[in-house]
Design a protein around this ligand. Structure first.
Ligand SMILES: CC(C)(COP(=O)(O)OP(=O)(O)OC[C@H]1O[C@@H](n2cnc3c(N)ncnc32)[C@H](O)[C@@H]1OP(=O)(O)O)[C@@H](O)C(=O)NCCC(=O)NCCS
Length: 163
């Protein structure tokens, strides 16, 4: 059985982060608001800039030596809100608890940096992600999320209190 490990990414990990982000957007375009085309196809500098955000927590998951998942923890607003973003697990690694571990890691980070609420946005038709987040204690925030490019659908905002 392959061993699941997590690695907290630094700016030096930009090639890995780039590869995982592009793989996620290519694999699951219906799960993310941003499009593959929105992401830079430029060089190292643009990717480093995008990865380097003060107070952010970027995490990759590995099964043995193979990178299979990614998630970002980001500072939110107002104070105390932290955001979980861009969760993705490669199709061949799904159903083995990789997303569980990635969510738990962002939750631990959010608590450690004084977060009181963990917030995320999910597209309404994403049944798998909604079930996963519900199981982790996230509930609808009751506020409308951002409007999508179709001009009709809105993201669903889910939140989990951390205290
Ligand atoms: C959603 C996603 C992250 C789950 O990753 P995963 O590693 O398979 O998740 P885990 O193994 O930790 O947990 C599986 C859970 O996902 C949910 N799930 C997975 N596939 C599902 C499906 N087809 N229908 C309903 N729920 C599903 C269930 O809650 C399941 O829990 P269970 O095993 O107790 O039934 C993964 O499918 C993915 O990357 N999808 C594409 C990108 C995406 O949707 N990201 C979220 C953006 S908000």
């Amino acid at each position: 059985m392959a061993e699941l490990t997590l690695r907290i990414l630094t700016t030096a990990d930009w090639p890995l982060w780039r590869d995982l982000r592009l793989a996620a957007l290519a694999d699951a375009p219906d799960a993310f608001k941003s499009r593959l085309a929105d992401w830079p196809h430029g060089g190292e500098g643009r990717w480093r800039d995008r990865l380097h955000r003060p107070d952010a927590h970027h995490v990759a998951a590995f099964l043995d030596d193979t990178p299979v998942g990614i998630v970002d923890g980001l500072p939110g607003s107002p104070d105390g809100v932290r955001e979980l973003r861009s969760l993705w697990v490669a199709p061949q690694a799904r159903g083995r608890g990789v997303a569980d571990r990635l969510i738990e890691e962002v939750e631990s980070w959010a608590r450690a940096v004084g977060g009181t609420t963990l917030l995320l946005a999910v597209l309404p038709g994403n049944v798998a992600a909604l079930a996963l987040y519900r199981r982790h204690g996230f509930a609808p925030l009751g506020e409308p999320g951002e409007l999508l490019a179709d001009g009709v659908t809105r993201e669903l905002l889910l939140a989990k209190p951390l205290r």
